[in-house]
Design a protein around this ligand. Structure first.
Ligand SMILES: [Zn+2]
Length: 279
């Protein structure tokens, strides 16, 4: 647990998976990225799945919910999904159950972020957090429900349409506060309407950056995923954001880093390092 003013932050885990190393680093050649992460014999690198739980005192807010348990055998093999310890274990270790969550917020609707939003119970898809309202940016919802060939594989309707059917879907209409102390800001880049979440309490700021910087290896500006639909938008947003993060000593939560859940970015000469924040 990391304390932030009046809030308690818990970095959770839904296990690990693997994605193609080349796709994770875009134009950066393997001779450079393999110094930061070692690929397996199929060129895949291990990534974490780290939702963030914020206990504000009035709400228990979950930001993203991991990859979930609905993937097929084939998909589990392709992505080497390892959920030996998954979100339920992680919630329990933090002293919570699915019933304790009253708000769930999506950074965007890709399957590795919102797979855990729904569950298959007796053949029926239902919201996985039975008491929660789910907040999704309206424009991201529009894109996810009208996919094209380039993003179709990432938007799986089973992860979000059941929320609308259950009447628990709430739209975020633009930038700003979602709940007291928690605000959403569109970054674009990865998807046109991808957003980060800022958590502010007691004069301190933590930021859940999702796929703007999926791992600590993505802090340098040109290290941008090949998956990003609008890489130059990622570049421009990251450039200004990282400067702000360094100046204001934001605690950054790295959703896909296999080892470091949270850290503060420091400038050391012309190098940037991430100083881990221990819970
Ligand atoms: Zn994504």
């Amino acid at each position: 647990m990391i304390r932030l003013g009046d809030f308690e932050l818990y970095s959770l885990s839904d296990g690990f998976f693997r994605l193609d190393g080349g796709a994770m680093f875009g134009v950066v050649p393997r001779v450079l990225w393999e110094r930061r992460t070692t690929p397996d014999d199929r060129n895949r690198i291990t990534l974490g799945l780290r939702p963030l739980l914020v206990r504000t005192g009035t709400h228990n807010v979950l930001i993203d919910a991991g990859i979930g348990d609905k993937m097929s055998e084939k998909e589990r093999e392709i992505y080497a999904i390892d959920r030996e310890r998954h979100l339920d274990h992680s919630l329990a270790a933090a002293g919570f159950t699915a019933h304790d969550i009253d708000v769930v917020i999506a950074s965007h609707l890709h399957f590795d972020h919102v797979g855990g939003f729904t569950a298959l119970v007796d053949g029926v898809l239902v919201p996985r957090f039975p008491r929660a309202q789910y907040f999704v940016r309206r424009t991201e919802w529009e894109d996810a429900t009208h996919p094209h060939e380039r993003n179709r594989a990432s938007y799986l309707a089973e992860n979000f349409l059941p929320l609308q059917d259950a009447g628990v879907l709430r739209f975020i209409e633009g930038d700003g506060e979602v709940l007291p102390g928690i605000s959403a800001w569109r970054t674009g880049g990865h998807t046109m309407h991808h957003q980060l979440l800022k958590v502010e309490s007691g004069g301190r700021t933590a930021v859940f950056v999702a796929d703007l910087m999926p791992t600590t290896a993505h802090v340098d500006e040109p290290w941008i995923m090949g998956y990003d639909l609008y890489p130059m938008d990622t570049f421009m947003y990251k450039k200004q954001f990282v400067r702000e993060a360094i100046d204001r000593e934001y605690i950054i939560f790295f959703e896909h880093d296999p080892k470091i859940a949270a850290g503060i970015i420091r400038q050391q000469g012309n190098r940037r390092i991430v100083e881990p924040v221990q819970s």
